[in-house]
Design a protein around this ligand. Structure first.
Ligand SMILES: Cc1cc2nc3c(=O)[nH]c(=O)nc-3n(C[C@H](O)[C@H](O)[C@H](O)COP(=O)(O)O)c2cc1C
Length: 286
C-alpha cells in the first residue's frame, strides 16, 4: 500500500517535507488554460467535514509544465499529475505533454459547471495520447459507479481513484444564507468515508482494478478499511489541512492495527471485506 495525498489537498512547494513523507505526490488538477477558480467564500467547515468550491484554480498547462513541474521533480518523490479539461481533446492534449509521471484524470469535479464528454470517451482519447499509467478519478455521485469503472477500464484506464467529493451546501447559522459563494461545493472529510467504502467495494467486486482509495481518511484504521474494501493505495485529503504530520501518524496507526490483528503486511488484507472479513482469513490460515 502506498500513501499519497489527495489532489488539491497539499501544496508540495510550500510544504516539501510533507510531500516527501508520502510515497507519491499528486498535483492539484491542471487545466489547459489558467483558472482563477470560483468567487469567495470557497471553504466552509461543517460538523461532518469540509465544503469547498475552489473550482479548479490553477496556473494552466503551459505554466505548469514549464515552471511547476520542474520544481516538483526536485522533491525526489514520484509524481502524479491530475489532469482536467472540458472535452476529451483538452484532456488528451495535456496527457501528450507529460512524461515520467502517473496521470490521474479528474473526471469528477463537482465545482465546475461545464459539461464534459463521457468518462469513457475522455479515457480513450487520453489512452491514445500517452503510454503513461492512467488512473480515472470518479465521482461517488454516480449510483452505478461499477458501470463507470468497467467503461473507463475498457477504454484503457490502468486504475481508479475513488472518490472525489460529493455536492453539498451549508447555511449560515445566523442569516440562513448559503455560506459558499457558489451555494454548493464539494463535501470532503469524515462524512465521505462510508461513501468511499461503498464505491471501492463495488468497483473491486466488479473488476478488481488497482484502486487508490480516498474519502474521509483521518486515521490508520480508516486506511485499513479502504484496503479491506479493495484499495491498493490510499490517499489523504482533508486531514492534511488539519494535521500535516498525518502521513507518519496514519502509518504508525496502521502498523498498530496490523500488529493487533497479527498480520505482517497490509497488502494481504486487500479485499478481505469481500471474503467474510479478517476472521475468516485468519482461521483459514490455521
Ligand atoms: C480544498 C480541496 C481541493 C480539492 N481539489 C481537487 C482537485 O483539484 N482535483 C481533484 O481531483 N480533487 C480535488 N479535491 C478532492 C480530493 O482530492 C479528494 O478526492 C476528496 O477531498 C476526498 O478525500 P478527503 O475526504 O480525504 O478529503 C479537493 C478537495 C479539497 C478539500
Amino acid at each position: 500500500m502506498r500513501l499519497l495525498n489527495a489532489s488539491g489537498c497539499l501544496d508540495a512547494l510550500t510544504a516539501p517535507d510533507v510531500a516527501r513523507s508520502l510515497d507519491a505526490f499528486v498535483t492539484k488538477t491542471v487545466t489547459p488554460l489558467p483558472r482563477e477558480g470560483n468567487a469567495p467564500v470557497r471553504i466552509a467547515e461543517t460538523d461532518v467535514g469540509m465544503l469547498n468550491s475552489i473550482g479548479l484554480a490553477n496556473p494552466g498547462r503551459d505554466a505548469f509544465v514549464a515552471e511547476t513541474l520542474p520544481q516538483l521533480r526536485e522533491l525526489g518523490v514520484p509524481l502524479w499529475v491530475s489532469v482536467g479539461g472540458f472535452s476529451a481533446h483538452e484532456y488528451a492534449e495535456t496527457c501528450a505533454q507529460l512524461d515520467d509521471v502517473t496521470i490521474e484524470l479528474n473526471l469528477s469535479c463537482p465545482n465546475v459547471e461545464e459539461a464534459a464528454d463521457t468518462a469513457a470517451a475522455i479515457v480513450a482519447a487520453c489512452r491514445a495520447a500517452t503510454t503513461l499509467p492512467l488512473y480515472a478519478k470518479l465521482s461517488p455521485a454516480n449510483w452505478n459507479i461499477s458501470d463507470v469503472a468497467r467503461a473507463v477500464q475498457g477504454a484503457g484506464a490502468d486504475g481508479l481513484s475513488l472518490v472525489n467529493t460529493i455536492r453539498g451546501t451549508a447555511l449560515d447559522e445566523r442569516t440562513l444564507a448559503p455560506r459558499l459563494g457558489t451555494v454548493a461545493g464539494g463535501l470532503s472529510g469524515p462524512a465521505l468515508k462510508p461513501i468511499a467504502l461503498a464505491a471501492v467495494f463495488a468497483c473491486w467486486r466488479a473488476t478488481r482494478p488497482p484502486i487508490v482509495g480516498m474519502g474521509g481518511v483521518m486515521t490508520g484504521r480508516d486506511a485499513l478499511e479502504l484496503v479491506a474494501a479493495g484499495a491498493e493505495d490510499v490517499a489523504l485529503g482533508t486531514v492534511l489541512f488539519r494535521d500535516p504530520d498525518a502521513p507518519a501518524r496514519v502509518r504508525a496507526e496502521l502498523a498498530a492495527e496490523l500488529s493487533a490483528l497479527g498480520v505482517a503486511d497490509v497488502d494481504t488484507l486487500r479485499g478481505v471485506a469481500h471474503e467474510g472479513g479478517v476472521e475468516a482469513l485468519i482461521s483459514a490460515a490455521h
